[in-house]
Design a protein around this ligand. Structure first.
Ligand code: DSN
Length: 415
């Protein structure tokens, strides 16, 4: 492979491992809802010499000398992020989604303040107040839940809880929620109780950028996102906010939380935003949703129960409650035929999160590979065969998965 020429000479062991991972991605069908395949351009920027430079501070205000080009790339990245999401301010230095969320809390809250977020087991994120995470240890958390019947957000119940709990911040945006988020409804609740609204759009950022999901920007005080999920960029994150919070957010990221920013990653984020600003990205985002809806429809017609009975975005959750097969069994079976997904808790979960009663599937990766509705229908059938009739269908399904993977290569340039 062209980009491993030096690595192969210097460290054949690591080169072999990287090559094996390329092959794995090429020959399996990635359906983990938080993953994607970024472009070679993003990979090149991410692997560039920009990683050699220290640049604590912000463009025009760096601690070290030699930052002419670093300033240029970070400013470009900021401008592109602002244009893509229509925000007043963007900080492109957070290294990961958790760091972005930590900095956002640091900007808006004092230690011990109270905030509300969706419980982890219902689709929230660790950083949305899990007791095992800094967010649940350093702040008081009043988690909200989903409506038990519809398995969707219940804005009246969230409003009542907010009136009762008086949080300083309400968080919306999730890791395993298949439905549209009504950011305006959240804003109204926040205004009623005097809370900040924070939207973590890590999962849906690409859909928001591509116009396939409403944007939180007109409503939220602060918006955080990773850049590697539906947005299809490098593994990293950014924070966006209203101008009034800009100083607090910047101070929270540096010097509050991070040291020297990863400028190679910032360059890769700039490339990602450039790609997402192209008209073709709108088509991609729409197709991701279309593909997921078709996948959901076919799974349901084949007898699967889906959380909330469907999807509006890039992910869905199969609910295996009441069946002997667990989420972990399903994940393992699917991996053994080359379909890679993750077990996931479902509403009214009775099993441990390490076993779980659900499986989460996403359509972003397969859409990047060029798959469309007809392939989604076929993939749904392969999934149901694997879950329901594993022993009798395994060999045939594995062969078909490999054929599909070859027909829709991840990086056709990498042979
Ligand atoms: N771990 C990610 C996910 O899979 O949704 C979120 O950070």
């Amino acid at each position: 492979m062209f980009f491993l020429s030096s690595l192969s000479k210097t460290d054949p062991e690591v080169a072999r491992i990287v090559s094996s991972e390329v092959k794995r991605q090429q020959t399996q069908l990635g359906m983990i809802a938080s993953e994607n395949y970024c472009s070679l351009a993003v990979l090149e920027a991410n692997g560039s010499v920009l990683q050699n430079k220290y640049s604590e501070g912000y463009p025009g205000k760096r601690y070290y000398a030699g930052n002419k080009f670093i300033d240029e790339v970070e400013s470009l990245c900021i401008e592109r992020a602002k244009k893509l999401f229509g925000v007043e301010h963007a900080n492109v230095q957070p290294n990961a989604g958790s760091a972005a969320n930590m900095a956002a809390y640091m900007a808006l809250l004092e230690l011990g303040d109270k905030f509300m977020g969706l419980s982890l087991s219902l689709g929230g994120h660790l950083t949305h107040g899990s007791p095992y995470n800094f967010s649940g240890k350093w702040y008081k958390v009043s988690p909200y839940a989903l409506d038990e019947k519809t398995e969707t957000l219940d804005y009246d119940a969230i409003r009542k809880l907010a009136i009762q709990e008086k949080p300083k911040l309400i968080e919306c945006g999730y890791t395993a929620y298949p439905r549209v988020i009504d950011f305006k409804a959240f804003r109204e609740i926040c205004d009623e109780v005097g809370a900040f609204l924070m939207a973590d759009i890590a999962h849906i950022a690409g859909l928001v950028a591509g116009g396939a999901h409403p944007s939180p920007v007109p409503f939220a005080d602060v918006v955080t996102t990773t850049t590697h999920k539906t947005l299809r960029g490098p593994r990293s994150a950014i924070i966006m906010c209203r101008e009034v919070h800009a100083k607090a957010v910047d101070k929270a990221v540096f010097p509050g939380l991070q040291g020297g920013p990863l400028e190679h990653s910032i360059a890769a984020k700039a490339v990602c935003f450039h790609e997402a600003l192209q008209p073709s990205f709108k088509d991609y985002a729409k197709q991701v949703v279309k593909n997921c809806k078709v996948l959901a429809g076919e799974l349901m017609s084949l007898g699967c129960k889906l959380v909330s009975d469907g999807t509006d975005n890039h992910l869905l959750l199969i609910d295996l409650t009441g069946r002997t097969i667990t989420g972990k069994d399903a994940q393992d079976r699917l991996e053994s035929v080359g379909i890679v997904c993750n077990k996931n808790t479902v509403p009214k979960e009775t099993r441990s999160p390490f076993i779980a009663s659900g499986v989460r599937l996403g359509s972003a990766c397969l859409t990047t590979r060029g798959m469309r509705e007809s392939e989604m229908k076929e993939v749904a059938r392969l999934i149901v065969d694997t879950i329901d009739k594993f022993d009798e269908t395994k060999a045939k399904t594995s062969a078909r998965v490999l054929e599909l993977a070859k027909q829709f290569p991840v990086y056709p340039e990498l042979k």
